[in-house]
Design a protein around this ligand. Structure first.
Ligand SMILES: Cc1ncc(C[n+]2csc(CCOP(=O)(O)OP(=O)(O)O)c2C)c(N)n1
Ligand SMILES: [Mg+2]
Length: 618
């Protein structure tokens, strides 16, 4: 079609029809090529999507997906950057706890994708990444291009932050490789796996008949149970405890698991803390949830940790770090004078390269299981459905509930602070089926009002700026038929680094809303520069240099509109934000996409004290 001004305008307009790019004239495709075998095995794995940026290194596999599979199971999700392909798979995997596939071109596509792969590793997100190299047989290489895009041991680029990688040398070996990748990525602790497909293998005609076995015979095993002895030990500790505290960390997205967690806390009368880094784990307005979610312990969380005589960590991300900060210990391994149960499978997956395993906690009752399995077994022992409804200990009842006491009023007029913006979104989401795919740095914990396992998807596990847009679109893809409204609240730095992920949402008509906390700065780092200047007795007012994203001011709205999102002028007051949220939600409810540039004053609701000072570090 000839591109005219009119047709360009029309193509920017929103469509709400679900989109599948359907291939034509396929006839009855037969499995004839090496890459058809990879595609056929992949088809058996129940992978709905494959996010990709194309490239000749996997043109054979690409053809197999389109002209052999008919672009179904998996269906291609085209992206404008490899970072987004992986971030979208990460966002999808966080919601569904199942893998999405990704395809990356040669060493160059893989190098582009390294940061979000590391992030997915830290997020414990399952994902099957297909890469490509070669032809490995130098005799088959096209001059120049095939040589620069062939690397020996390509998996070594990401081996330190993937669970497993392989480069099969025959179609038969590729069958095994794909089945094993699926098993490994779906086994907890989950994480990305990588299969590098030799271009020569992909493009070679099959000479033997290849058997594609029933994938169900290669399924991951059910999650292991906790031994009866460990359950007895934990129950004894619970029975003895005067003030048990549950640290609800990395747990599942399953509603049944959520309900069991609540029943368990109620049955034993434990106080509960949740992390602002991880997806929602416990209803934040429950009378046993006593402090605003946080990463580093806030004042109330610190008081609770000090008071507790039993801590039950459900895979809390940084147990030793949190105990060290709240108990003021000089050394991480200095034991806390309390009983500690720590339930995690993370020990199965650590390596010497990444320190994302965090500090080593002192633990009295280690439980090597997935936390929701542990909770379910404990609850069974406590009488399951018959366990006491809500055991309210006097000590816990006496504590004021943070939700009732800590809210300052927020202003609906005048230029918004981060607090005003956060409280407006909190008010908007109340009673609605909203999923926050991300929330920005500096978001006050008091604004987290979560009532289910899909209320919040957690932040970037790898602390990786630029993943917010991809995570949001991946989460929205997973939730597109759920009736939930997916909102990604992002920093302007995060948005701008990942902004061309938005086009993918428009291309596939994925309903989603993105709201940017626009402080025109990499503000988190302004605070760092201020701290350093103060430590060195230098002028803190220069903190903005090398940090502010201004002059010229970036037109965030134009960048969203250019990629098919609806959006209007930036909003500067809480009242205008609320209006925009309502308008945007109506558009998204009809299958559209909406962007809000929410201008906020630079500054965090609670920048917090520099905790490192208390560790005696510079
Ligand atoms: C890939 C990457 N680059 C740089 C950083 C360092 N960094 C951490 S937070 C941050 C600022 C993010 O800016 P924005 O998203 O606007 O949030 P704000 O701090 O303004 O609230 C930066 C640059 C990082 N974490 N990851
Ligand atoms: Mg910013």
């Amino acid at each position: 079609m000839k591109t005219t001004k009119k047709s360009l305008k029309a193509s920017h307009r929103q469509s709400t029809r679900p989109r599948i790019d359907r291939p034509e004239n396929l006839g009855t495709p037969q499995m004839k090529w090496g890459s058809d075998v990879v595609a056929e095995t992949t088809r058996r794995l129940d992978l709905k999507y494959i996010a990709l940026v194309p490239g000749a290194s996997y043109r054979g596999f690409h053809d197999s997906i389109v002209n052999y599979l008919g672009n179904e199971n998996p269906q291609m999700v085209i992206c404008l950057h490899e970072e987004h392909a992986v971030s979208i798979a990460d966002g999808y995997g966080k919601v569904t706890e199942t893998p999405m596939a990704v395809a990356l071109h040669a060493n160059v596509g893989l190098l582009h994708a390294t940061m979000p792969i590391f992030n997915a590793w830290c997020d414990r997100t399952p994902m099957i990444i297909f890469g490509a190299t070669g032809p490995v047989d130098a005799h088959l290489r096209r001059p120049w291009i095939d040589w620069i895009h062939t690397s020996k041991d390509q998996g070594s680029v990401i081996r330190d932050y993937t669970k497993w990688d392989d480069q099969p040398a025959s179609p038969q070996a590729a069958v095994e490789s794909v089945l094993r990748a699926n098993q490994i990525t779906r086994t907890a602790p989950r994480g990305p796996v990588y299969i590098c497909l030799d271009a020569g293998l992909q493009e070679s005609a099959l000479t033997d008949e290849i058997v594609i076995p029933d994938a169900s015979r290669f399924a991951p095993a059910p999650t292991p149970a906790v031994s009866p002895a460990s359950i007895r030990q934990a129950l004894k500790a619970i029975e003895r405890a005067k003030f048990p505290l549950i640290l609800a960390g990395r747990v599942s997205r399953d509603q049944g698991d959520w309900d069991r967690r609540v029943r368990f806390a109620e049955a034993i009368g434990a106080a509960v803390l949740t992390s602002s880094n991880d997806p929602s784990a416990f209803p934040t307005t429950h009378p046993l949830h006593l402090a605003a979610p946080c990463v580093r312990p806030n004042k109330t969380a610190t008081a609770l940790i000090e008071k507790a005589d039993l801590i039950i960590s459900l895979d809390w991300l940084d147990l030793a770090g949190v105990l060290r900060l709240s108990l003021g210990k000089a050394q991480t391994q200095e034991p806390a004078a309390k009983t500690i149960i720590h339930c995690t499978v993370d020990n199965y997956r650590t390596n010497g390269w990444s320190m994302d395993h965090q500090a080593l906690p002192a633990v009295d009752i280690p439980i090597l299981a997935e936390p929701d399995q542990f909770v379910s077994q404990l609850l069974d022992e406590l009488g399951g459905a018959k366990a006491p409804k809500l055991r309210m200990r006097a000590e816990i009842k006496a504590l004021n509930h943070w939700n009732d006491t800590t809210f300052a009023k927020f202003s609906t007029k005048g230029e918004m602070t981060m607090w005003d913006m956060a409280m407006t979104l909190r008010d908007y989401a109340k009673g609605r089926d909203v999923t926050f795919s991300r929330l920005p740095i500096g978001w006050p914990g008091e604004a987290y009002e979560f009532d289910g396992p899909l209320s919040f998807m957690g932040n970037d596990g790898g602390g990786a700026v630029g993943t917010g847009p991809g995570h949001t679109i991946g989460a929205a893809l997973a939730l597109k038929d759920s009736g939930r409204l997916t909102i990604g609240v992002l920093g302007d730095g995060d948005y701008l680094m990942g902004v061309n992920a938005l086009w993918t949402a428009s291309h596939f008509n994925i309903p989603v809303m993105i709201v940017v906390a626009d402080n025109r700065s990499y503000f988190n780092d302004e605070l760092h520069q201020e701290r350093v200047a103060k430590m060195r007795d230098r002028p803190p007012q220069n903190r903005w240099i090398g940090q502010q994203i201004d002059n010229p001011r970036v037109d965030l709205v134009a960048m969203a509109r250019a990629q098919g999102f609806d959006s209007e002028a930036p909003v500067t007051t809480a009242a205008a934000l609320m209006k925009a949220l309502k308008k945007g939600a109506a558009i998204v409810a009809k299958g559209g996409r909406y962007f809000i540039d929410s201008v906020v004053q630079p500054g965090y609701a609670d920048a917090g004290p520099d905790q490192r000072a208390s560790l005696g570090k510079k």
